[in-house]
Ligand binder design. Structure first.
Ligand code: ZN
Ligand code: ZN
Length: 258
């Protein structure tokens, strides 16, 4: 499985930098997990291929350019963009984003080929298919309804925490999977901001360390994502100080393969 965290920040020359302000992972060039930077950073080949988007939760950093992505493709889509989300999240997207005020309700619009966007409801606690992938969604501990994911292509398996603070259910499901190749886990705030991390339901390196003790798998790659740009170096230093084997920071723009 090939996974890329799309860049979301660009320098004055237009080159991508490592700070992560928005979240969008591309899996095998065709399935997106969240859509924060999709319309800004996807290549034209990726734009042609991505037709399935899993939305873990409706926070702006995870959906910022989703409406623009569909808007860009509107006249040329020969099949609809499928938005995979829980029923709660679908209702929030329809109420707050695709509401004719912030953006058109694409789920009711058609181009000359047919519908341009459809919702596919994610079932909790049971596997479902997205393109060639088998996915399990797990509710995590964030301030809006949010899911973490376990994604497999039949050969390798990757877990995504999405945005969360300390939680049990996610680790329980991850432990039940026979083998995990990689864990992409959030680490938003430095330890000195534990209070803000707790009220906004995000990890710090210290709370992530506590939760990683619940993980029974060994030898997997653990890549931190969603580090707040204002505290990036501080969080990276605190993650390094944990001395956890194979724990690193995911680089946006780089394609990882498991
Ligand atoms: Zn969030
Ligand atoms: Zn977020």
């Amino acid at each position: 499985m090939r996974i890329q965290l799309l860049p979301s920040t660009f320098d004055s020359q237009g080159h991508a930098t490592l700070e992560q302000r928005l979240t969008c992972f591309l899996i095998d060039e065709c399935v997106a997990v969240d859509a924060g930077s999709i319309a800004l950073a996807a290549t034209s080949e990726q734009r042609e291929k991505v037709r399935d988007i899993i939305v873990t939760h409706p926070h702006m950093d995870h959906i910022a350019s989703l409406p623009i992505f569909i808007d860009d493709l509107f006249p040329t889509l020969k099949r609809p963009i499928r938005i995979h989300a829980t029923q709660e999240v679908i209702e929030l997207l329809e109420r707050d984003i695709f509401n004719w005020n912030v953006y058109p309700r694409f789920s009711e619009l058609q181009n000359s080929y047919g519908p341009v966007m459809t919702y596919v409801q994610i079932p909790l606690g049971q596997e479902f298919k997205v393109a060639h992938l088998t996915v399990t969604a797990i509710p995590v501990n964030h301030i809006v309804p949010t899911i973490g994911l376990v994604v497999t292509d039949g050969r390798s398996t990757v877990a995504f925490s999405s945005d969360t603070s300390e939680t049990d259910e996610f680790w329980r499901v991850v432990n039940r999977v026979p083998r995990i190749d990689a864990l992409l886990v959030e680490a938003s705030f430095p330890n000195s901001m534990a209070n803000l991390a707790e009220v906004s339901r995000h990890y710090t390196p210290a709370s992530l360390q506590r939760d990683l003790r619940k993980l029974n798998h060994n030898g997997l790659d653990i890549l931190a994502v969603h580090i707040k740009p204002a505290y990036r170096q501080m969080v990276i230093d605190e993650l390094e100080a944990l001395n956890i084997p194979k724990l690193g920071v995911m680089e946006s723009g780089r394609t990882y393969e498991w």
